[in-house]
Write a protein that binds this ligand. Structure first.
Ligand SMILES: [Zn+2]
Ligand SMILES: [Zn+2]
Length: 345
């Protein structure tokens, strides 16, 4: 089968490999659409190596049709349209037992420990089926939307960690695919005002289209002045960092209201080191938290939102490439010109 084979940092190319052979308890997914995530880019360029195998096939946002079913698998049949929650928690570590399965200490994931979605076929192992990580989708949900349930579920986890709610003023830093999902989720939970800061014009236009109340170009406008004006000098209730740039953390913290929350949603490149004036956090009693992956509960809620048409993911998809054109897809992602870039067989 065709697949994008990752042999090392900055060393990946489309090629041929053996089609996976399923066991009696596994299923084989015929991949229809797999989306490239910011994390994939960091893996490809070697700034993220934790949990990454060489050689391997990455890609963890995927949707397709079941094309083979092991003889002991009863709940799925050939032809089912399914989306895959790629993170499989162990259900027995301290994190899992204390309600943080998303931060499982022994997690296994498709696209990491198991070969992922940038291939014609993906083996979905027994452990993923048993954990409830395979979700059937109705015919009317597109493969593209199905693939984006995964990043949406991560955003739902971030939303819950941020605690965004009724009447909040929210600042979203970065209007890439993740920022645009956070924007919509913030509106859905009742925010009063969502301000989006984004240097790329096409992304600001998208943010406006998807309901941002104010869009700011931080390279030309003074974000701090705008926030002060909009909040009577108080600062915003919630800040979502949807871009992994350590250098802007310090200035961003200063935009938060006393007692507000800053969610460091994005993964930060390299070690993610940043110099911050910690007194900003101390005197203003700012809550700073993170967000990693999703709980299966978040995934099911994301799937439900997509199935019931409560979120606009179509606007976030800008490009589609064949597996063979993976290099072009990678370049578009890196340039910031594209939003969600899809790979298809
Ligand atoms: Zn992802
Ligand atoms: Zn665990």
């Amino acid at each position: 089968m065709k697949a994008v084979i990752l042999s090392g940092p900055n060393n990946f190319a489309p090629g041929e490999m053996e089609k996976p052979h399923i066991g009696d308890n596994d299923i084989l997914l015929e991949m229809k659409k797999a989306a490239i995530c910011g994390t994939d880019i960091r893996i490809l360029e070697g700034t993220k190596t934790k949990g990454v195998r060489y050689p391997s096939v990455i890609g963890h946002e995927m949707c397709g049709l079941i094309c083979e079913v092991g003889k002991n698998v009863n709940e799925f049949k050939v032809g089912d349209k399914v989306a895959i929650a790629n993170v499989i928690p162990c259900n027995s570590c301290h994190s899992c037992l204390t309600g943080r399965e998303n931060a499982c200490m022994n997690r296994k994931a498709i696209g990491y420990e198991f070969d992922g979605g940038f291939a014609e076929y993906v083996l979905i192992p027994e452990i993923a089926i048993e954990s409830g990580n395979v979700v059937k989708l109705p015919e009317y949900v597109s493969f593209e939307e199905g693939a984006l349930i995964e990043p949406l579920s991560c955003c739902i986890r971030g939303l819950k960690n941020a605690g965004t709610g009724f009447n909040d003023t929210v600042l979203i830093v970065g209007a890439g695919p993740i920022g645009l999902m956070h924007l919509q989720l913030s509106k859905i939970v009742g925010s009063k005002q969502v301000i989006v800061s984004e240097p790329i014009e096409s992304r600001r236009v998208k943010a406006e289209k998807l309901g941002a109340d104010i869009v700011v170009d931080p390279t030309k406008e003074n974000l701090e002045e705008i926030i002060n004006r909009e909040t009577n000098g108080l600062g915003v209730d919630i800040i979502i960092m949807a871009i992994g740039v350590p250098a802007i953390i310090n200035s961003t913290l200063k935009l938060c209201k006393k007692g507000g929350t800053v969610n460091l949603f994005a993964g930060f490149a390299g070690k993610g080191e940043s110099t911050i004036e910690v007194n900003t956090i101390h005197y203003n009693e700012i809550n700073v938290n993170g967000s990693t992956a999703y709980k299966r509960e978040d995934y099911l809620q994301a799937a439900d939102m997509v199935i019931s048409g409560k979120i606009n993911l179509k606007e976030i998809i800008t490009h589609t490439y064949k597996l063979e054109e993976f290099q072009d897809a990678y370049e578009v992602c890196k340039s910031g010109e594209g939003l969600k870039v899809m790979i298809e067989p």
